[in-house]
Design a binder for this molecule. Structure first.
Ligand code: ZN
Length: 278
């Protein structure tokens, strides 16, 4: 069985501050990366214990090169570096048996979740798939559904799971921390978080073997509605083919091909980065 993992950082137990998530912050960032590595390796080891024979890890956070590839467990392959055409979902295709989301976090539009955002917080104030507000996990589920690979494992705070559950029936979830505000959380001890992730990942693979994890089942034609921080950003977003303005600060991507919707969304994130000031 082949496992593909998208790893983020804001949902890792013990990570609560942007200093821990951004390169250039010395010891804080090093600690963040260390905590991330622990949870990623726990997920890899658990997946292998549950029957995975190949694991590919797609680094989906910030500059997307947060780990020392030599330190990855299980001989996992590592997709790292920026400007990937499929961004947080780079490398997934129909050859895989399971999708894992590790270290994920809540949406910009939802209730407080540690460092919550939806791709770029300076650009997006909300996103809806088929009319329901989603986080990054819901947008990324478009790609999982397209390739018919179920989301089998999710880790992050409790808001992350609430927002991912509609797309991951039958998945195992591990709650690593309870968010208090966007900048604070009650965290599991990292040793305990890793233990739960290792055990959960093993269980997830067993469920995949039994066929008890469902695809996201996103109804087609599907809509991805985007809400922007400002009207000028919405204006730039419509330069991407397939993106239609719906409001002063809103635009919609619609279609039957979920991968095309996601690809247009990625294009929006790239071209609006300048307008968002980043
Ligand atoms: Zn991130």
């Amino acid at each position: 069985m082949k496992v593909w993992m998208s790893i983020d950082m804001e949902g890792v137990a013990g990570v609560v501050d942007w200093d821990q998530c951004r390169p250039g912050n010395g010891a804080s960032y090093e600690l963040g990366c260390d905590l991330l590595l622990g949870e990623v390796n726990a997920a890899i080891e658990g997946a292998i214990a549950g029957g995975a024979t190949e694991v590919v890890v797609n680094d989906s956070h910030s500059r997307m090169a947060n780990l020392d590839p030599r330190a990855l467990a299980g001989g996992a392959q590592y997709i790292s570096g920026r400007h990937k055409p499929r961004y947080m979902m780079e490398g997934l295709d129909e050859s895989f048996d399971a999708v894992f989301f590790v270290g994920y976090h809540g949406s910009i539009s939802g209730r407080p979740s540690t460092m919550s955002h939806t791709y770029n917080p300076e650009v997006f104030s909300g996103a809806k798939v088929n009319g329901t507000y989603v986080g990054e996990s819901g947008i990324n589920a478009l790609v999982s559904d397209h390739f018919k690979v179920p989301i089998a494992f999710v880790s992050g705070d409790e808001v992350t799971w609430e927002e991912t559950a509609p797309f991951a029936a039958g998945a195992v979830n591990v709650v690593t921390k309870q968010s208090i505000t966007r900048a604070s959380a009650k965290n599991l001890h990292p040793t305990e978080s890793c233990r739960r992730i290792r055990e959960g990942a093993r269980e997830a693979m067993e469920r995949v073997s039994k066929g008890s994890v469902e695809l996201p089942q996103i109804a087609r034609p599907a809509t991805l509605d985007l809400e922007f921080q400002t009207g000028d950003i919405a204006d730039i977003a419509t330069w991407v083919r397939g993106v239609d303005r719906t409001a002063e600060r809103g635009a919609r991507i619609e279609g039957t091909d979920l991968l095309n919707i996601f690809t247009s969304f990625v294009a929006v994130t790239y071209i609006t980065r300048q307008a968002g000031g980043r």
